[in-house]
Structures are given as C-alpha cells and as structure tokens.
Design a protein around this ligand. Structure first.
Ligand code: MG
Length: 454
C-alpha cells in the first residue's frame, strides 16, 4: 500500500479487503488524535458494511478521548450540515458515495462541515503511518451519544432556503429515485412539505443496490424516465448513494446531465444577485460559462474536485458552486454538494417561472462533448504538460489543472494528468459534432507524439 490514505474523495476501498475493522480502528485513532478530544459527529450511508465500519471508528474515537455523536444513517450533506449547526469540532461520514456496493469509505469533515483540506489530510496520514495515537486514560475516554435530530434539523434548514408557499402553490408532481440510497430517508418528506405529489422508484434503502448503480447516469435512469411519463410527473430526480448529487429528468422523460441543471440554478441565482461569481471546475461545460456571462456574472475556475470548489467558495466568500456530475453547492445553505437542496432550488425555479422543465432546459445552449485518454508513464507527465503549454501559447489558456485551451468559436479542450492512472484525460466540447471530433483527434495526435518524443 502506498503511503497515502486519502484519495480524491477521502479514504475508499473494498469492505473487509481494504477497509477491515482493524484498518478502520487505526483510521479512527488517527482522526481522534488529530481532533484532540473534540466533539465529532458520526454518520453512515446505507451500505451493508457501514454499521461495522462506523462502530469501529466510533470505538477508536472514544478511546482517544473524543466525544462521538452518532447521527445514525443520514445523507452526507445532512451530516455536514449537522456538524456546523450542532457546533461540532469535526465530522466523520462512512460512505463510498456512488461507488459499487462492495466499496466503502471514510470522509473527514472540519468544524465548518467541509471536508478537511489536503494539508490536514497529510497530518492525519502522518499520525496513521507513524502509529502516533493518543490514548486517553481509562477515566478520560470519550462518551458516545445519539443525535437523532440531525435529519430533522437538515430538513428544516432546506425548507428555510426556499419560498415554501410559492412552491406549494405550484402543486408540482415529482418522481424520485433514491437509487436504494439514504435520500429515501428524507427527500420524499421534504417534497411533501413543499406541497408536491410524490411517487418513488428504488426507494427502499438496500446496500446491495438492486435497483440501479448508486451513480445516477443517463444510461441507468430509464426506470425513473418511465415513472415520470407513466405518472404524469412534472419532473424526476435521481440521487447518488449518499445524496450529495442530483440528476434531473424533464416531464418528457429526458435525462439532463448535471452541468445543465447547474446552469439553470446559476441563471436564477444571477437574476437575483447580479454580477456575482459562480465557482466551477475547469472541466465544466461551456453552458455554465455562457449562462453566467450572459447574466453579467463571472466564472471562477478551480481544479477538478468538489473540495476545491467548496474551499474556493469559503476563501473568496462566494455563494454558488457546482460540478457537471450534479453536485451543486448553494452557499446560503452550506458550501458543499447537497442533492436535496439542489432539488428544492429546481422546484423553486419551476414555481417562479411557471415553465415546464423541458422548456427551461431547451432555452440553454447545446454543446457536444467528448472524453478520451492518452497513455503516458507517470514520470513523463510533467515534461509533456510543460511542452504542451509552450506550444499552445496564443489562444486563451488556463493551467490550473492540466492545460485548458479555449477557441474563439466557444470550443475548448482540457488535458489533465490522471491522479490514479498512467494516462492523460482529455475533455473536449464544441457546438458541432465535427468540431469536437476534430479537436479531440488533433490533441490526441499531438500528445501521443509528445509522449513518444519526450
Ligand atoms: Mg456522493
């Protein structure tokens, strides 16, 4: 095992192979040592392995002298909201988000409910690898408490962010697909509070995910599309396993990818807050930029990763962020991805405009997207990127995360070194199929040629 614990999305692995109880205890001891006897809110998703991993982490936290406040089974954004609202020193969430059923993971939150930054991850890792665990005296160990109010506090917080009367007045019908994940615990209830009629599919919590993969994608939401059309719903919404991402289906049953729903929310937000900035990773669609600039706002780009977006929102006091995978961060509520909050915002847009969801999506510009990869040994990545930077000078270039090049016809290409594989990931977007293909082919050839030469 490499001397890293945290990947792009916290600590992840296969339950009882990578994430054994012994491993979880050592991680828990490291987290407890890091927080030095603080109050930690602990929660888990509905995976089969979550209870044993949560118990192992809880025991370890208590042993270091931390108080473990157990929120039980909750969506990740509910736990994150609870950390701030209940004045905790930190939080731990047992979840593997959208990964396959055999996986699980451990996410660590700071006192503000946002995942700890890379620097603090390193500190936890050092404690872990050096085995530098603080163990409290027998009479100084922590207490275990139940915090059953977290879901309720979260529900009220979301309702407090939208015009409940306006949405209730619209009498919307919503088809919900929690994908056998934990949003089943709270989203249908929030929708009923908002006066919506609710029908569901895959709404029993089952950590084997029998209904569909816990990652909502256009190719696995046919059940939801069918339900929307069969029930005459105004919209459908699908969540990932732990409820921080939401993907929408219009009343005609069409699935829309997350950058388009984020663009709708950004447009509404800028109409109310003219000139504000919107934060998104460099891999996001041009549709976000088009909408933001058309409404007099500005885009603040970040590296790819939701924590980068959240931390940017906090450091520059910005109110809205989002990713193309359906993760929207609405700062007035909390600067982290939140699927239920995103849903409430879309309902408010429908109620305010009186338009159909298909009409709203059809108002947005359309782009063609392509993704591809080019192999490159790890040790050559830096030199290839450097060379790429030197040859693409001229057009608008952004080098926050790999190299992104914009062209005057609104097309762009992004070349990013993968953090986990010996490859470059290529993302391209353009108004036409021909143009996006042409761009992709040009850069694949260029990169392959550079890799073989360098
Ligand atoms: Mg997730």
């Amino acid at each position: 095992m490499p001397r890293r614990l945290f990947g792009t999305n916290g600590i992840r692995g296969v339950a009882n192979r990578d994430l054994t109880p012994e491993f979880a205890v050592r991680v828990g001891l490291s987290i407890g040592t890091f927080f030095q006897g603080g109050r930690i809110l602990l929660g888990c998703d509905g995976r089969v392995s979550s209870p044993f991993l949560k118990s192992a982490v809880a025991g370890a936290l208590l042993s270091t002298g931390c108080e473990a406040h157990d929120a039980g089974m909750v969506p990740t954004p509910a736990l994150q909201y609870g950390v701030g609202h209940l004045g905790m020193d930190g939080g731990v969430m047992i979840t593997a988000s959208h990964n396959p059923p055999e996986y699980n993971g451990i996410k660590v939150m700071a006192a503000d409910g946002v995942e700890i930054d890379r620097g603090r991850e390193r500190e936890v890792e050092e404690i872990f690898f050096e085995g530098r665990f603080k163990r409290a005296e027998w009479n100084r160990v922590g207490e275990l408490r139940e915090r059953t109010e977290v879901l309720e506090v979260y529900r009220e917080a979301i309702l407090g962010q939208v015009d409940v009367g306006l949405i209730q007045g619209a009498g919307l019908h919503v088809a919900v697909d929690p994908g056998n994940g934990v949003t089943a615990l709270i989203v249908p209830q929030i929708l009923r509070d908002l006066g919506c009629g609710v029908v569901t599919v895959n709404a029993d919590i089952d950590g084997r995910f029998p209904g569909r993969s816990p990652e909502p994608r256009p190719d696995n939401l046919s059940g939801l599309s069918t339900l929307v059309r069969a029930s005459g719903a105004d919209l459908g919404v699908a969540f990932d396993g732990d409820g921080d991402r939401a993907i929408f289906v219009d009343e005609r049953g069409r699935v829309h990818w997350g950058d388009r729903s984020f663009a709708l929310i950004a447009r509404e937000f800028l109409a109310e807050h003219p000139g504000e900035a919107v934060v998104t990773p460099v891999s996001s669609s041009q549709v976000v930029r088009d909408v933001v600039e058309a409404y007099g706002g500005r885009v603040v780009w970040t590296r790819v990763g939701s924590v980068d977006v959240s931390r940017k929102m906090l450091s520059e006091d910005l109110k809205l962020g989002g990713e193309e995978n359906g993760g929207v961060m609405y700062g007035p509520h909390q600067p982290v991805r939140d699927g239920a909050m995103t849903t409430a915002l879309i309902l408010e847009i429908l109620a305010r405009t009186g338009k159909r969801l298909s009409e709203l999506f059809d108002e947005l510009p359309r782009y063609r997207q392509m993704k591809d990869r080019v192999e490159c040994p790890e040790e050559l990545k830096g030199r290839v990127l450097e060379e790429l930077r030197s040859v693409v000078e001229g057009p608008r270039v952004e080098t926050l995360d790999g190299v992104k090049i914009w062209y005057p016809d609104s097309s762009w290409i992004l070349v990013r070194p993968s953090g986990t594989e010996p490859i470059f990931r290529l993302y391209a977007e353009a108004k036409t199929e021909e143009r996006v293909r042409e761009l992709m082919e040009e850069f694949k050839k260029l990169l392959e040629e550079m890799v073989s030469r360098v």
